[in-house]
Design a protein around this ligand. Structure first.
Ligand code: HEM
Length: 550
């Protein structure tokens, strides 16, 4: 191995502080990108001061092994490892990626190489130190390989979109949209300005719950349906500045726009995995899957455009100036007046938020409630916290309430650990890199397996137990037993992390506190696991019971 390469490997194992000290002024192209990468990331991982620890076996980094030596499932010409996933014959499953991930870990160890159909090489990482290395090398503009068909859909329509949008686009074009969009979507005052609206929608939600639930069983049928309506309403109110009335008249059923949006978002999301993987015939012809994506996206675009243009007309009528608005600017107003995004990009960003913001929130809420219902003692601690905080405000979740709700945050973090909505994150390596003493070539697609690792006993004692208290332990600054900071990363990490994290967590804080304040939540279903459908969704109906506390 060359000394330059050796130096780059060593770089990862320095403590973060010494890393900063030692590399200022020693810029290779790679280290430069580490230091000047976009810094406004609002989504730092749960901070722990523990540095990446150097493995004994890696102190001598002279012998780097070839990529081909990384163990993994046997692949065949053309179809790669597809045969391993065939129902009835194969040992793996696309719909249970977390079980498949665990199986591969047991078979091959913490780094796994896999040749997919279509010539894509995948690298699975389980060890948080390796995941940290991947992030350290993600470069100035981190690249993902996802939503490829969505990108084509948008690029084929230059009259509607300037580019592929946040989810699929890579490189400078992505950053140009991202840096402007995050000034709005991730900016604390912008997000917080929506809090009164979020409270109102969540209060309405609990009233609807009261109306709908059976007096005999305290159930509302499959709760997921209601959760999706709630998250859609919250996303619309928070981004497009308009309530759709998704919960009106009880369930909101019959509200055409809400129905159309929910179907469109779900349909679009459910085509992503199928179009990203495989032979990508949709690049040549409109396959049935690609047609479903078109239909879903046409609907989302139409509705987003309608509300952006309505707000644009309103602002024009009022003189198109910040001063003409009363109170804090809404997200949409800020986007139009201040962000520097043009109208096509604004519509594109809101299309992405409708795609990324509904099911992620609904599924996370499902898993939080499931964990609380199955652990009534923990639920009581949270209910006490909710009572103490909300009795004083008459049920209003204020910024102060959120900042003081410590147990709530521990409950959320423990849910992210046990039941995250994504298995991990994906990145395309932008340089040749060494990971775990293997040479990983530029262009390799890495998928971290955080969901699997978060249940391993070497990282978390009693890994399958729901124990929010593990996040409340006060540790000294020299602790060595704190969880590695690259294990629980439900929103990803770095400049490409979820742009909607603040919004998503604000919604979750409000609805969970309000539900805990009003109800004992019980569970009438069987054990809940997840199926992988781009993100992890509950694999059975959500049979919660909501029994009033007073
Ligand atoms: C609990 C809810 C949510 C979870 C768990 C979640 C998780 C994630 C994850 C894991 C990523 C990929 C990050 C990476 O590659 O490093 C992501 C990206 C993204 N999320 Fe979220 N998300 C949630 C809610 C939201 C909401 C509410 C919005 C919009 C308001 C949103 C918009 C986006 C967008 C646009 C991206 C792509 C960002 C980019 O590539 O620059 N998400 N999210």
């Amino acid at each position: 191995m060359s000394s330059g390469a050796t130096c780059k490997v060593r770089l990862f194992y320095l403590t973060r502080r010494s890393f900063r000290r030692s590399h200022i002024g020693t810029l290779t192209e790679n280290s430069r990108s580490l230091h000047t990468r976009p810094s406004q990331c609002p989504n730092a991982p749960y901070v722990s001061p523990s540095p990446p620890r150097m493995r004994e076996s890696e102190k001598d980094d002279d012998d780097v092994k070839p990529f081909e030596d990384i163990p993994g499932p046997r692949s065949l010409p053309i179809i790669g490892t597809l045969h391993h996933y065939l129902p009835g014959i194969g040992q793996y499953s696309f719909s249970r990626l977390h079980h498949t991930g665990l199986r591969k870990l047991q078979q091959f160890g913490p780094i796994v190489r896999e040749q997919l159909i279509g010539g894509v090489t995948l690298l699975l990482l389980y060890d948080p130190q390796d995941i940290e290395v991947m992030y350290a090398r993600e470069g100035r503009y981190p690249m993902r390989r996802s939503h490829t068909a969505l990108e084509k859909y948008r690029l084929d329509r230059p009259n509607m979109y300037n580019n592929g949008g946040l989810l699929p686009t890579n490189g400078e074009v992505w950053w140009d949209v991202r840096r402007r969009a995050q000034r709005v979507l991730s900016r604390p005052p912008c997000v917080q300005s929506r809090l009164p609206h979020v409270n109102k929608v969540c209060q309405e939600f609990t009233e609807v719950l009261d109306e709908l639930k059976s007096p005999q069983t305290d159930q509302v049928g499959d709760f997921l349906n209601l959760e999706r309506r709630l998250l859609l309403e919250l996303t619309m109110v928070a981004t497009l500045d308009v309530g759709l009335g998704c919960l009106q008249g009880g369930s909101g059923e019959g509200n055409e726009e809400a129905e159309a949006l929910m179907t469109a978002a779900h349909e679009s999301n459910s085509t992503i995995l199928g179009t990203d993987n495989g032979l990508q015939l949709w690049r040549l012809i409109n396959t049935p899957l690609y047609r479903r994506l078109i239909k879903g996206q046409d609907t989302i675009y139409r509705i987003a455009q309608k509300y952006v243009e309505a707000k644009e007309a309103e602002l024009k009528a009022e003189g198109w100036s910040v001063e003409s608005r009363e109170g804090p600017l809404s997200v949409l107003e800020y986007c139009l007046l201040e962000s520097g995004l043009d109208k096509k990009d604004i519509i594109g960003v809101f299309c992405d938020t409708l795609l990324a913001g509904i099911d992620t929130g609904a599924f996370t809420l499902s898993y939080v409630l499931y964990n609380l219902a199955c652990n009534p003692d923990k639920q009581e601690v949270l209910a006490q916290e909710a009572k103490q905080l909300l009795d004083a405000t008459g049920g209003e979740v204020t910024p102060k309430v959120i900042s003081e709700a410590r147990y709530l945050k521990a409950v959320l973090r423990e849910t992210y650990r046990l039941r995250p909505v994504s298995i991990g994150v994906g990145r395309i390596m932008q340089d040749d890199t060494v990971i775990r003493r293997y040479k990983v070539p530029k262009g390799t697609v890495v998928v971290t397996q955080n969901q699997v690792s978060c249940r391993l006993p070497q990282y978390f004692p009693e890994p399958d137990t729901f124990l929010p208290e593990r996040w409340l332990i006060r540790r000294s600054t020299t602790h060595t037993d704190a969880p590695h900071p690259y294990l629980v990363l439900p929103f990803g990490h770095g400049p490409r992390a979820c742009i909607g994290r603040r919004m998503a967590e604000q919604n979750l804080h409000v609805i969970i506190l309000q539900l805990m304040w009003k109800y004992h939540v019980g569970w009438d279903g069987g054990e809940l696991d997840c199926v992988s459908n781009l993100i992890n969704e509950p694999d059975g109906p959500l049979l919660f019971t909501f029994h009033p506390r007073n």
